[in-house]
Design a protein around this ligand. Structure first.
Ligand SMILES: [Zn+2]
Length: 474
């Protein structure tokens, strides 16, 4: 039987079997997808598969107006040709009116209004089209199958059951649905703009920090869903990807296939966990803040995965310092539980400037104060954690990678390692790093370091200084 660490998302029956044997108690969420195609002819394969589960003849095809090529062939026209020979196909072309299309309610509503009597929806595009199609089909209440043809390896969000939607300018994760089937055509994604591919590679850097955050949160009693399987399905193949990172720019087919597999597994890891924790920790919190800062200044938001890659290096330095030098006997436990009023002040100081009405700060505080309450409730767990520190350290050392190694892999791939390469200035980046723990009700290493008195300007300078020595960070 295939082991979890060699999981192939294109062989879902084997993957589901391996997951069942790793999870005899049934703690993980099921994967409600029927098929994933990763290969050289995935477009033909998904169009053929559609016929085997289509309940009728009406298809809604959703895409944006950008032509996408596979070799010299226009992919959207090819799919339209393949489908219109068999079905009644209605085309919806989304347009951003001069800008990139945005995943918001209005665009989702447009898809829902076009669904009419559609027996299925096929979305062709990147993360935004996919998020919109998932949101629209789910919100329509019509339980019709959703097929996605992924045109770029830019993020891990294709094979999961949530959509990142813009609400009043702020990105919010909404539970939606998994696609019924997903196709990644390797010949097609190899032709996508390379910076988008590097963004997908960067998004996966979180694999070396987020699961450790999740495990820490579990050990403190702040998270009840922890399971080792989501990390196990990612780690081995993701490590292979790191080692071969330099081959991405050579357009190496095998390395692209590994990237496609690992990105898909990363989405599935979040799906089976029932939350984004296996792929989103301290590094993603920093990126959420950077996105909010960009929104508030009306400046362009940098590519998600590119930011995640650079932020992951900083988070991995924090993990490295923590694992190397944390000494439980130096900790005065009672001083690790700050007063609510002090934290409220900190949250408002951090976020008040984001919008005129102070709505962002209100929202952050609402979420943060829940974390503060749970942290207090888990004081005994924290004491137990301190006494079991050597065991924890040993385990986490096997989950993380040395920051210098991660950085070298990113540099070999040609991925950006500094925020300034993405148009993010040093002050904004420092603000995001410093305040990332105040943003959400998610316990990560940054919280642990803050409560134990480490997460201050000196420490942030230490992290960014070490990053600077490897040509990364600010
Ligand atoms: Zn991400």
């Amino acid at each position: 039987m295939t082991s979890l660490s060699d999981a192939n998302p294109a062989d879902l029956p084997s993957l589901k079997r391996a997951l069942r044997s790793a999870d005899p108690e049934g703690l993980l969420q099921p994967i409600p997808m029927d098929r994933i195609f990763i290969g050289e002819n995935s477009i033909d394969a998904i169009c053929g598969f559609m016929g085997s589960i289509m309940p009728g003849v009406n298809v809604l095809m959703v895409a944006d107006s950008t032509p996408i090529y596979r070799g010299a062939e226009n992919v959207k026209e090819k799919i339209y040709g393949l489908l219109s020979g068999r079905y009644m196909v209605k085309r919806l072309v989304l347009s951003g009116g001069g800008h990139d299309i945005r995943a918001d309610e209005a665009a989702s509503r447009l898809i829902q209004d076009s669904m009419g009597i559609a027996d299925c929806v096929i979305g062709i595009g990147g993360g935004t089209i996919t998020d919109l199609c998932k949101h629209a089909v789910y919100s329509s209440g019509k339980r019709v199958p959703l097929f996605i043809v992924q045109t770029v390896l830019s993020v891990n969000a294709f094979s999961d059951g949530v959509s990142v939607m813009l609400k009043q300018g702020v990105k919010r994760t909404a539970p939606t649905m998994f696609p019924t089937a997903l196709a990644i055509d390797l010949a097609l994604v190899r032709q996508a703009p390379f910076e988008r591919t590097l963004s997908g590679f960067g998004d996966l850097m979180a694999t070396w920090t987020a699961p450790a955050d999740w495990f820490l949160s579990h050990k403190i009693g702040m998270n009840r869903n922890y399971h080792s399987a989501p990390y196990t399905i990612l780690a081995k193949q993701n490590y292979e990807l790191l080692v071969n990172a330099g081959k991405l720019k050579e357009n190496d087919g095998k390395t692209f296939e590994t990237l496609a597999r690992v990105l898909t597994l990363s989405g599935l890891a979040m799906g089976i966990a029932g939350e984004s924790s296996p792929a989103s920790g301290t590094e993603h919190l920093m990126v959420h803040l950077l996105d909010m800062a960009a929104e508030s200044k009306n400046s362009e938001i940098a590519l998600h995965g590119a930011q995640v890659g650079a932020a992951s290096l900083l988070a991995s330095i924090a993990w490295d310092i923590f694992l190397d030098t944390f000494e439980p006997s130096n900790i005065d436990v009672d001083s690790c539980f700050p007063k609510e009023a002090d934290m409220k002040k900190k949250v408002y100081q951090a976020f008040a400037a984001l919008d005129a009405g102070g709505k962002a700060a209100d929202e952050c505080w609402n979420d943060y104060k829940k974390k503060l309450v749970t942290w207090r409730d888990n004081k005994d767990n924290f004491i137990r954690f301190l006494s079991a520190w050597p065991l924890f350290r040993k385990k986490v050392r096997t989950m993380v990678q040395k920051p210098e190694f991660l950085c070298e892999c990113m540099q070999r791939a040609g991925a950006p390692t500094r925020f300034c390469q993405m148009g993010i200035d040093a002050d904004t980046a420092k603000w995001a790093i410093t305040n990332c723990h105040l943003f959400r009700n998610r316990f990560t290493l940054a919280d642990m370091l803050f409560y134990t008195g480490w997460w201050n300007d000196d420490f942030i300078n230490r992290i960014t200084g070490r990053a600077h020595s490897m040509d990364a960070g600010l």
